[in-house]
Design a protein around this ligand. Structure first.
Ligand SMILES: *Cc1c(COP(=O)(O)O)cnc(C)c1O
Length: 385
């Protein structure tokens, strides 16, 4: 049976990248590899919309988060965390592991950060080194309003550090224009690679702060990476194979145009939501993201059974809820290489599985609703539905 991976990471890896990664491993100090790395650094600046430095780390996304924390906030320093889900809470856990004083702004999971609250927090804690935020909270499907938060942090001493591990490339994200000081991205989400690389975009303001503190890091000390950027190298051996695959994906994205990639996810999001609405299902997120749709499991249905049936009967892999959302929601990823066929197929399978589990379904209704959107997509503003 064919496998259809529609989780919010890892995601499907296109054939071009798979073939590039099948080639022989070349040496990371060779001119050939430096040329690939230089191309990758340039491509990353384009997709992340920054003229600043982009650091390539060999780690999963969380490694990038740890690098951002340890490089910017000293032990005993204060940080504000905007916490509305599993991934935002990871900022808190990393800060706590390094003896950082955390001001936790906890909001109900599924809701979006209110920028007015951030303004208050900033005036109450002028000594905060950084505000840690999340663009797409993958555990809830919420897209936070980073643009507005960026306007609030701009001009203050604090840095704005954003987990865009799943948000970047799946939804508009203008690192420079939105005043994001550190942007963390992972390889296995909308960049369509296997896990193993993390990227950190760093602003000039962020470098000044990084230079002014003693980082509690060695492998993840961003200063080591900055020194090697001019020669398109990394201080330690990078995941050479993944970098080769990334070069291929970045070429594809550039050829298509990043705005077009964002728009494509937004249309798939719209189609997915029209489909689940036609089945009488409710969304979980207050401000739904373009990259991912979190759906409330209808009463009387077991999420685990639903997911197992989709996988066993149709080879479709969706994600369930995490932590306190386990059993309450399921999540459909529609960023990266996901296409209309994946979404129509998933909705058709969802209809059949829900019907067999006793949910009242008019077969074809979700597919028809999604089809109408695909036939005549309306432009969708970020975070709007
Ligand atoms: C996937 C994800 C992470 C975690 O990344 P790992 O690669 O599993 O370390 C963190 N934040 C968000 C928003 C994610 O989607």
């Amino acid at each position: 049976m064919k496998k259809h991976l529609l989780t919010p990471g890892p995601t499907q890896v296109p054939e071009g990248a798979r073939l590039a990664m099948a080639r022989e491993v070349i040496h990371h100090r060779s001119p050939e590899f430096k040329a690939i790395m230089a191309e990758v650094l340039d491509g990353l600046k384009y997709v992340l919309q920054t003229t600043g430095d982009v650091i390539v780390l060999t780690a999963s996304g969380s490694g990038g988060m740890e690098a951002a924390v340890t490089s910017t906030v000293p032990r005993g320093g204060k940080a504000i965390v905007l916490e509305g889900g599993v991934f935002a809470r990871r900022w808190t856990h990393i800060c706590q592991a390094f003896g950082i004083e955390v001001v936790r702004h906890e909001i109900p999971w599924g809701s979006a950060v209110d920028p007015a609250d951030v303004a208050q927090l900033l005036s109450k804690h002028p000594d905060a080194y950084a505000v840690f935020a999340t663009l797409l909270e993958s555990s809830t499907g919420v897209e936070h309003d980073i643009e507005t938060i960026g306007r609030l942090v701009h001009g203050l001493p604090a840095l704005l550090v954003v987990d865009a591990i799943s948000g970047a490339v799946s939804t508009p994200c203008y690192t420079d224009r939105w005043n994001i000081d550190l942007l963390v991205v992972g390889s296995q989400k909308a960049l369509m690679l296997p896990p193993g690389l993390a990227f950190v975009a760093v602003s000039q303001k962020a470098w000044r702060q990084i230079d002014s503190i003693q980082p509690q890091a060695f492998y993840f000390n961003l200063k080591h990476y900055r020194q090697m950027l001019a020669s398109a190298e990394t201080p330690w051996t990078p995941a050479i194979t993944l970098v080769a695959g990334l070069a291929e994906n970045l070429r594809q994205i550039r050829a298509e145009g990043i705005e077009h990639v964002w728009a494509r996810s937004a249309v798939l999001a719209q189609a997915t939501r029209a489909g689940v609405a036609a089945l009488g299902l409710k969304l979980f997120a207050e401000r739904p993201a373009a990259g991912l749709t979190a759906v409330r499991t209808p009463p009387g249905i077991e999420t685990a059974q639903l997911l197992a049936a989709l996988e066993e009967r149709f080879g479709i892999k969706l994600a369930g809820g995490q932590d306190k959302l386990k059993g309450q929601i399921f999540r459909i990823g529609h960023f990266g290489a996901i296409d209309p066929f994946d979404i129509l197929g998933t909705l058709a399978a969802l209809e059949l599985v829900l019907a067999s589990l006793g949910h009242r379904v008019t077969l074809g209704s979700a597919v028809a609703a999604a089809g109408r959107v695909l036939q005549d997509p309306r432009p969708m503003a970020a975070g709007k539905d």
